[in-house]
Ligand binder design. Structure first.
Ligand code: MN
Length: 751
């Protein structure tokens, strides 16, 4: 295991004023926290964060990143807390460690799913500092290097994840050598046979062409030395995975591959590159069409190099890449070599910028990191794949998005501010429509909860549920809003249909007929409706009169009706249909008797309440309570409004006999709903009167819904109170109680 001072030395090698104390503290802290844990290899667990820290020093990342690497598994795997780390190492480092802890969620999620692209985006969205990504890549690299200790199944998953997420990410960040190592390790784990086959063939090839390689090396080095140019000529081992991909992509065998021998010629100055090119081309014939000058025209990610292929000494193709040391650094280490050092953000000459606890500096560093990532992201697109370009523009939008998961690991991308409701609709419209509750990360939360990156959302569903219209204002996605609106409309149509059906059954029965859907088919044109259900719903919504349906189906009904339902002359202003009509015209006790006798005959539609499954409203002026005799008035587009049969308001509907619907209450004792009624009270105009009345209403377990006070006159106040009660009995009790107050001179129900 690397010793404390070794690590310090590694950092000191590229950091001017290394904070030894900080590094030592982190070393000891992580070692202590992980002291009881061992890795799959049998090594003490601490060897892992230490190796990750070492890789981070290879990338020459700043000191905070090295500390974060040492601590990266402490919050997740030990009793360490963010608070403790903030206190010991400052919140700058705390934030990095926290970011790394959060990224662990992705590992958990990817257990269940393979969505490389989405997960890579999530990763970028969660990591709010690019150093978090770099340490994460170092973490993954070490895990891949020690993958052979891990059980087979887990090994496959980790390797696949590396192939899908981390290797491409490293590539996008311009870190080619890191990407290549991750790819090779993953390839080896995923396709061990393919790997060893190609590996062996490459070894054979190297053995066979060993003399050639030495010859080419020697030729280039000496020829350049003649021109006073010092060159490093490195024979490039082709990587099994890149060979494998080439074979797959072009459907060719290993033997058909060309360019299996490759060299890198590394010189000091850009001019030397062209001199070297001249040397190579003079020595061996160039293969036409294989020459590329990325020095005069760099790739968009700043990759610079001269590529050429020549026919070598034994007539095999030899690929040459000619570049300077600086160009080589950028090609290999991308972000780390290029952006960090060139821009001096984490420059060794100015290490204070990263170590300072001064918050202004931190913010500056952070924002520069962002712009740096953004810029990197912009320049990463090398223009070879048009898809990349789109993806990179999208990356900039990631801060506007949240990425959440279904329990099965499906990733759902939503706009920032999205709620569980949006999530449910994004999964499926049916899920949204039936969403009644949710658990986020295992905890029960309201459906209006705003989601965060990485949340795992379980939607609790109930099939008989209709999304409340108010959700439309909570939802931020168009899909959810449209879904809520449509569901509400459908539910209303269904309610109108149910009510319409009841009305029609009742209307037909009264006329001595049976209501059958099949009979309606034939009269649809007459009713100007497209379908039976459409016609029935129109009856429920008051747009189509039940009598019209009846006369359409039974044209002879018109006559019977004019006989039996003729308005009684001189019998007051009511013109009621059916039983309610007759009942009203009968006085007092006879009316009750009649009602009882006709109860079995009456086809009145049961009303279970105003908030239930029927689109029923209660007369807003007078109210209606169970126990009242009631009638319904069909109003176009609104359905039925319930009136107590004694309500004066009914007068205005006198001329529309066909709009009257017989209703009866059907309230069971469990019904929690209260019903409105209006009281007219005259009371003494004195302080405390209103309070006394309010108090007695409250004591009677009623509730004041609204109130109107008329201007006091001769010491008396007239008031109109809207109250909510269970039923007529309850209402009478409330009236009796109010009457018992000495301040009240008169009380009665408003009719
Ligand atoms: Mn780790």
């Amino acid at each position: 295991m690397m010793r404390q001072n070794e690590l310090v030395e590694r950092v000191a090698a590229y950091t001017a004023d290394v904070d030894e104390m900080l590094l030592n503290r982190a070393y000891v802290y992580a070692m202590h926290k992980h002291r009881h844990q061992v890795r799959a290899s049998g090594d003490p667990y601490f060897s892992h964060p230490l190796e990750v820290a070492a890789i981070v020093t290879d990338l020459k990342l700043d000191q905070d990143s090295v500390v974060a690497a040492l601590l990266h598994d402490t919050i997740e795997d030990t009793d360490a807390t963010r608070k403790e780390i903030d206190a010991m190492f400052g919140d700058n480092i705390g934030r990095l460690v926290d970011g790394l802890t959060k990224l662990k969620r992705i590992d958990l999620v990817s257990k269940k799913t393979r969505q490389g692209e989405n997960l890579r985006r999530l990763l970028l969205a969660i990591a709010d500092d690019v150093r978090v990504l770099l340490v994460k890549l170092a973490d993954r690299l070490h895990n891949m290097r020690t993958l052979h200790f891990v059980p087979e199944e887990k090994r496959q998953r980790i390797a696949q994840e590396t192939m899908d997420i981390y290797a491409p990410l490293a590539g996008r960040m311009g870190m080619q050598s890191l990407r290549e190592e991750l790819e090779e390790l993953a390839f080896q784990a995923l396709y061990p046979q393919g790997y060893s086959l190609i590996h062996e063939k490459l070894a054979d090839l190297r053995k066979d062409s060993g003399d050639v390689i030495v010859e080419i090396e020697k030729t280039v080095v000496t020829s350049l030395a003649d021109q006073n140019i010092e060159a490093q000529v490195i024979s490039r081992n082709k990587r099994p995975y890149s060979i494998f991909r080439k074979m797959e992509r072009n459907s060719i065998s290993f033997e058909q591959l060309s360019d299996l021998i490759g060299f890198r010629v590394i010189v000091d100055e850009p001019e030397d590159c062209y001199t070297a090119l001249g040397v190579v081309h003079r020595q061996w014939p160039a293969v036409p069409g294989r020459f590329k000058d990325y020095i005069s025209t760099p790739k968009q990610n700043d990759y610079r190099s001269i590529h050429t292929t020549v026919v070598g000494p034994s007539y095999q193709r030899v690929e040459m890449q000619i570049r300077t040391h600086h160009m080589h650094q950028i090609a290999e280490h991308g972000i780390a070599a290029h952006a960090l050092y060139k821009d001096g953000i984490f420059s060794p000459s100015d290490p204070g910028a990263m170590h300072s606890a001064d918050s202004a500096t931190n913010i500056d560093t952070e924002s520069r990191s962002y712009s740096w990532l953004k810029r990197t992201v912009e320049t990463l697109s090398d223009g070879e794949h048009p898809d990349d370009l789109i993806e990179h523009t999208r990356l900039e939008l990631f801060h506007d998005q949240v990425f959440c998961f279904t329990p099965k690991g499906r990733l759902i991308a939503l706009p920032q501010g999205a709620t569980v409701i949006d999530f449910a609709y994004a999964v499926h419209t049916n899920v949204g429509n039936s969403c009644v509750g949710s658990r986020v990360n295992g905890r029960a939360v309201p459906v209006v909860t705003k989601l965060k990156n990485g949340d795992e959302v379980f939607v609790i569903r109930s099939e008989n549920h209709v999304p409340p219209p108010a959700w439309e204002n909570v939802a931020v996605t168009g899909k959810a809003r449209a879904g809520i609106r449509r569901a509400a409309r459908e539910a209303r149509t269904q309610q109108f249909f149910d009510l319409g059906e009841k009305i029609l059954v009742s209307t037909f029965q009264r006329a001595g007929h049976k209501f059958l859907h099949s009979q309606m088919e034939n009269v649809l044109p007459k009713l100007a409706r497209a379908s039976v259900s459409d016609a029935i719903a129109a009856v429920g919504s008051g747009e189509l009169l039940p009598e019209h349906v009846l006369t359409a189906v039974h044209p002879d009904y018109q006559k019977e009706r004019s006989e039996t339902n003729k308005p009684a002359s001189g019998e007051g202003w009511f013109n009621l249909s059916g039983v309610a009509n007759i009942m009203f015209r009968l006085p007092g006790r006879r009316r009750d008797k009649y009602a009882e006798a006709t109860k079995k005959l009456t086809q009145a539609i049961p009303i279970r309440g105003a908030g239930g499954d029927t689109p029923v409203k209660i007369d807003p002026e007078f109210g209606a309570v169970p126990g009242d005799r009631i009638v319904g008035i069909l109003k176009p587009g609104e359905g039925v409004t319930v009136y107590p049969i004694h309500a004066e308001a009914l007068q205005q509907f006198e001329d529309d006999a066909d709009n009257w619907i017989d209703l009866r209450w059907d309230i069971d004792t469990e019904n929690p709903e209260r019903f409105p009624a209006k009281l007219e009270i005259t009371a003494i105009n004195a302080p405390g009167t209103l309070a006394e009345i309010a108090d007695i209403i409250g004591r009677a377990n009623s509730n004041i819904a609204n109130m109107f006070l008329s201007s006091p006159d001769s010491g008396l106040t007239k008031m109109e109170l809207g109250i909510d009660v269970w039923d007529a009995k309850h209402l009478n009790r409330v009236i009796r109680d109010i009457r018992s107050l000495s301040v009240v001179t008169h009380v009665q129900r408003k009719t």
